[in-house]
Design a protein around this ligand. Structure first.
Ligand SMILES: Cc1cc2nc3c(=O)[nH]c(=O)nc-3n(C[C@H](O)[C@H](O)[C@H](O)COP(=O)(O)O)c2cc1C
Length: 220
């Protein structure tokens, strides 16, 4: 059975990101019950302090926070999900704090020509990104996709990346709003009401993509 760990960067409960995660989990439940959903802001995670001792001691030198326990769960997972609203073209800060601590999972060697990254443990995982954003264009999520393309490269060629990008989700629970609800909402957001029909359909497709990806990725 696949082990799925979800790192959820959302800063509010019941938001668009949580709803996307819920649908992903419902899909995954078809094949596994080994699913853990962690809300990043509920963890005690210190900032990476840049000491780089990890390069020598093969672990993070910071103690007294939740990183050690979390890093064991990360290592143990087959599927690692990063869910986040897009904040200023990036993940939210609770999630970024965790991502920076990934530095302690790899050895970095700077050579004359390049930088060589070698994870302390071999990784063969599916990375999943579930990203929600307010803009109409998913270009705002590109820096996050780029980051994870890089992460996949650093952690080894065997790793895979899957992305769901959800646009035009400016207010809470917008992803489950009906066409009529969107029609009422759009004047307040200064969006043309005529978009409501297509957006309601798009929302359904977003949640279906999350469900299907959860189901597919959890299949052994
Ligand atoms: C501080 C902040 C920054 C944001 N920056 C962006 C952005 O750069 N691009 C974008 O498309 N949406 C941006 N948004 C909108 C959120 O990404 C969007 O509403 C998302 O669906 C919220 O997810 P949630 O309901 O899970 O909290 C921002 C929202 C906040 C509060």
């Amino acid at each position: 059975m696949k082990k799925i760990l979800i790192l959820d960067g959302s800063t509010r409960k019941q938001g668009n990101t949580s709803i996307m995660v819920e649908h992903f989990i419902n899909g995954a439940k078809n094949n596994t019950d080994q699913i853990e959903h962690i809300i990043a802001k509920d963890l005690k995670i210190e900032y990476c302090n840049g000491c780089l001792r990890c390069n020598l001691i093969k672990r993070c030198s910071i103690s007294g926070d939740d990183w050690n326990e979390l890093s064991e769960k990360i290592a143990d997972s087959d599927v690692l999900v990063f869910a986040s609203p897009i904040y200023f073209h990036y993940v939210t800060s609770p999630l970024k704090k965790i991502i920076d601590r990934f530095r302690s999972l790899i050895h970095v060697q700077i050579t004359e020509q390049s930088v060589r990254h070698t994870p302390w443990q071999k990784w063969n995982k599916d990375f999943v990104l579930l990203l929600s954003m307010g803009s109409s264009d998913d270009v705002d999520a590109q820096p996050v996709v780029d980051l994870f393309e890089y992460m996949k490269e650093v952690m080894g060629e065997e790793n895979r990346l899957h992305v769901v990008k959800a646009t035009r989700l400016a207010v809470i629970k917008q992803v489950i709003k009906t066409e009529d609800e969107l029609k009422q909402l759009y004047p307040k957001l200064e969006l043309p009401v005529k978009l409501a029909k297509q957006d309601a359909l798009n929302n359904k497709m977003i949640l279906e993509s999350c469900f299907k990806l959860g189901k597919k990725i959890s299949h052994v």
